[in-house]
Ligand binder design. Sequence first.
Ligand SMILES: Cc1cc2nc3c(=O)[nH]c(=O)nc-3n(C[C@H](O)[C@H](O)[C@H](O)COP(=O)(O)OP(=O)(O)OC[C@H]3O[C@@H](n4cnc5c(N)ncnc54)[C@H](O)[C@@H]3O)c2cc1C
Length: 466
Amino acid sequence: MDIIEELEDNLGKNKVFYDNASKYAYGFDASIHHAVADVIVKPKNANDVKEVVKIAYKYGMPIIARGAGTALSGQAVPIKGGIILDMAGMDKIKEVRIENLYCVVEPGVIYAQLNNELKKYGFFFPPSPGSGDVCTIGGMIATNASGMRAIKYGATRDYVLGLQVVFPPGKIYRIGTSTLKNASGYQIERLMVGSEGTLGIITEATLRISPLPEKRGVALASFDSLYDAGKGVANIISSGIIPSALDIMDKICIQAVNKSMKIGLPDTEAILIIEKDGKRREIKEDMEKIVRICKESGSKKVEFTDDEKEMEKLWRGRKGVLPSLSRYGKDKISVSLADDMAVPISKIPDAVKSFQELSKKYNILIGTYGHAGDGNLHTKILINPKDKEQWKKAEKVVDEIYKVVYNLGGIVSGEHGIGISKAPWMVKENLNIMKKIKDAIDPKNIMNPGKMMEWKGSIITNLRYR
Ligand SMILES: Cc1cc2nc3c(=O)[nH]c(=O)nc-3n(C[C@H](O)[C@H](O)[C@H](O)COP(=O)(O)OP(=O)(O)OC[C@H]3O[C@@H](n4cnc5c(N)ncnc54)[C@H](O)[C@@H]3O)c2cc1C
């Protein structure tokens, strides 16, 4: 009996797909990479997942868990072929326990779907990735996703209390707890955060939740220089105010958003979007301070709004940067390469200045934006993806960008994760320990093989562009 027959026999034919169109389509995520899968399985529960892992283990076949496929570094691409485990069908919100500050969900629940449910109780699950309208909780845990509110509320890792996981060779485990505190040995649930499907398959998550803030207000500060905007970020943070979001956008990003979304952002070198949430009185006081600090840091104009529609429009513009850059011009689109570094907050001005210098040195467009308030920047390199020479140049720029980042005390990824596109720039000591853990948990190396510490060679490979 071959593996497909065995999958069909154990799970039912309606959960197993191996037509060419599916195998090709499931080979993409939102990264620059693509590869073709061997078979797609759509489990409905943890027992289905257990069966798939058992069969994959028996045949030594790779398994790649997939949520919504929005990963930006190739994490969900079946680089060595194998079984794509499409977790989208496991999408139940099982419990909301306000009195205990947690909820229990299946991994295919979409971030926005969970927050729509929690809103009924006046609560929310805060990590807020830009892809929150589509990405899944399983994908968020496996990549430690976060977003613009991480500066105040932290990342996904800060909310994972307990998990149900299927580990090789096919056994269901409960790890962690549902209590808020837990000092009972190794925090194994934390090991799954950022594991990118390389250790086990998450089949249920117990997540901490937070009360929704009473009110929000947003300031929009315009700057004539990206460096000054960077200084503004460091000055706001060192004043002791913790905004609920503090994002930066450079001229390239502003122009791309205005062109594609007609949002009417100020036509200037850089903007900061600063959000403060909490009690009404606190917001007013802190916003007055923030406006003053922005002006002292060189901002020519600072506007403030607490109108829900206006705030929503501003954040829509900010969230629209990535898709807008992808439509920048006929021969120039953004590619996800060195696009998610984190540096110490005080180093933001130096980082953005260095990226601008590299852009000039290599005569290549780099759009910079991101959650500057927590030191997380996104640098999008714009090239013609059909031009091999431009890819080669981009690869050199990526290398230089990461040299800058490490020299400033930073790290390769703040929120998007490693997959393939960031793998060569991971810290070597971490890689060795990760490899030992991986070998112990997954001795046949069937769980999303070939990624992170296993990636060898160039990142300009298995490109989705023909
Ligand atoms: C427009 C856009 C904006 C984005 N903005 C942000 C942002 O602001 N912040 C941010 O952090 N990221 C962002 N991302 C990246 C991406 O959305 C996140 O990494 C997200 O968490 C991925 O979720 P997903 O459901 O799409 O997972 P997938 O892409 O399907 O998978 C991601 C990884 O998780 C693993 N995985 C998925 N489900 C499971 C499971 N049940 N068990 C074990 N492993 C699993 C996969 O194997 C893979 O390694 C953005 C992406 C896009 C396209």
